[in-house]
Design a protein around this ligand. Structure first.
Ligand SMILES: C[S@@+](CC[C@H](N)C(=O)[O-])C[C@H]1O[C@@H](n2cnc3c(N)ncnc32)[C@H](O)[C@@H]1O
Length: 205
């Protein structure tokens, strides 16, 4: 694990017990029904969620599918495991770095991540891993906050980024749509419901 990866992992380990409360207000104000929208896109039976965090997406998981979920922070996964047990979901949870997934090639029908690539130290490496473990013609679905397309807001985001990274380990100035477009998927689409700050992305392998 690189030094940068270890630093970010420790930040998430530290905030894990408070994560849901820290994000609570922002979640309602900014993200609205976006989680529901991205999860409605899921197709196939064998699903991988990457960067599962505390398991905030569990209520949106479509029924009757087989789920594996990973995160590199054991403390975040511990929170997810509590929800997994309370709701008797039977999700297979594992500590794993998205930059080096321990799954064979072409293994999942659909790979999905929400608000993950803001904090992955090498996002291109992580996105290539999602593509590798996804079956041909399968989909990679992402819900990500990105650098605003409004110039003044973007300038402020660049300015504030070092502080946010230091506090919570997340970058607010990533251009994840461009990064995934450079990964060689068959197609990449930005879906309805996206804004200048938050993008719903579907990539087909
Ligand atoms: C902002 S949180 C989002 C959590 C969850 N997806 C959600 O929507 O609430 C980012 C999550 O990604 C995880 N993460 C960041 N980099 C990772 C990596 N390289 N491999 C696996 N998980 C990672 C963090 O531990 C954290 O749980």
């Amino acid at each position: 694990m690189s030094q940068q990866t270890d630093i970010i992992k420790k930040r998430y380990d530290r905030i894990a017990p408070y994560f849901d409360r820290i994000e609570g207000m922002m979640e309602t104000m900014m993200f609205g029904d976006l989680r529901a929208r991205i999860w409605q896109q899921v197709q196939g039976d064998k699903i991988l969620e990457v960067g599962v965090g505390t398991g905030k997406n569990f209520p949106y998981y479509p029924a009757d599918k087989s789920y594996t979920a990973i995160d590199f922070s054991p403390a975040m996964l511990q929170q997810a495991q509590k929800k997994n047990e309370q709701l008797a979901l039977g999700i297979d949870l594992a500590v794993m770095d998205v930059q080096q997934l321990d799954f064979p090639d072409n293994h999942f029908d659909c790979v999905i991540g929400t608000f993950l690539f803001c904090s992955v130290p090498d996002p291109e490496l992580g996105l290539q891993e999602l593509k590798r473990v996804c079956k041909p013609a399968g989909q990679v679905l992402l819900l990500e906050h990105v650098l605003s397309s409004h110039k003044i807001i973007a300038a402020m985001m660049h300015m504030l980024n070092p502080i946010v990274v230091r506090l919570v380990g997340a970058n607010i100035n990533r251009q994840t749509v461009k990064t995934i477009q450079a990964c060689g998927f068959d197609s990449v689409a930005v879906l309805p419901g996206s804004s200048h700050l938050v993008k719903l992305i579907r990539a087909i392998k």
